[in-house]
Ligand binder design. Sequence first.
Ligand code: AMP
Length: 211
Amino acid sequence: MNIILFGAPGAGKGTQSELLIKKLGMVQISTGDLFRAAIKNKTPLGLEAQGYIEKGQLVPDSVTIGMVEEVLKSGVQNFILDGFPRTVAQADALEHLLAKMNLEVSKAIFLEVPQEILMGRLTGRRVCKNCAAVYHIDTKPTKAEAVCDACGGEVVQRNDDKAEVIGNRLKAYDEYTSPLKEYFVRSGKFVSVNGNRGTDAVFNDIAALIK
Ligand code: AMP
């Protein structure tokens, strides 16, 4: 089954995708991860996206849609779209792309987390520069200070997780992504999951929806 996982920054999309990969063998298509890899490799796409991401703004639709199209064309199956679509224009484009490729997304799963919780999740988040494992200074600290438990890489704060950028990201979410709830209700694909619980409880609900 192919699904969309959406919600505000910090709602837990990446964490849940990681579990869906490990436990159910799904394939993650994360536009945020794809952009970060492109920035790391200094590709033209990365250079174009970098300025927007550092300011906490959305990367323009045309760039983002083109990138996702390339991935879908590679013939992925059983995938999670994590962080895409983020605008109604992206959702429309996705519908056309999928129809063209004879693919379908069965559910758009919304991770619901109260606004006041998101800020703490984002400011406390730390990531491994090497393997992208995700930690949190309070709820999931590394065993040794700033050293990744998994690979020994350096663990840092994402530039766009700094307090001054987070405000813009949350604003962009309210303005552009939040209307997707209505969009997916209309298409009959919307399902909401309470994301303000432990990782495993959230995962169990998502897994039950997928079976
Ligand atoms: P994420 O890792 O999903 O929080 O994404 C990090 C940043 O990448 C976002 O704040 C945006 O600047 C950019 N980004 C990721 N996905 C999209 C998207 N679907 N549309 C536009 N920009 C995106």
